[in-house]
Design a protein around this ligand. Structure first.
Ligand SMILES: [Cu+2]
Length: 136
């Protein structure tokens, strides 16, 4: 046996063991089927890039923290006009501009005061272009 090999082998085992322990610890923290239930709101981004296409949002499932100003940076990669309209407390909160042309960008700035699920859509394609924002 070459001593050097043995050491390397030992290190590899330690790394693998460490990974298993870490995975077990992460799994122990779980409880729900939805991976996002384990998200610490403090680690969530306050700037979210959203691409609009013909005719969908990418991503169309977004998780943000409550009580923080969130900026959705919209980039229209489609050939049609799109926008983003978030339903908050029964009111429409619409991107600026409210009609984003092909190749253009826009923004939607919003603060979600309460945790929950909020629907969003494109006003030009409300049947196809929808999504959900989970606020933690
Ligand atoms: Cu649209």
């Amino acid at each position: 046996m070459i001593p050097g090999l043995r050491i390397r082998h030992g290190r590899a085992l330690t790394t693998i063991f460490g990974a298993i322990v870490l995975a077990a610890m992460l799994a122990a923290c779980g409880g729900g089927d939805d991976a996002s239930t384990n998200v610490d709101p403090a680690t969530l981004a306050t700037t979210v890039k959203v691409t609009t296409k013909d005719n969908s949002f990418s991503p169309n499932r977004i998780t943000v923290a409550a009580g923080k100003e969130i900026t959705f940076e919209l980039n229209n990669e489609g050939s049609a006009i799109h926008n983003m309209n978030v339903k908050m407390d029964g009111k429409d909160t619409i991107s600026n501009p409210d009609a984003i042309k092909a190749g253009q960008t826009g923004k939607l700035v919003a603060t979600f005061s309460k945790a929950g699920t909020y629907d969003f859509k494109c006003d030009f394609h409300p049947a196809e272009m929808t999504g959900k924002i989970t606020v933690k």
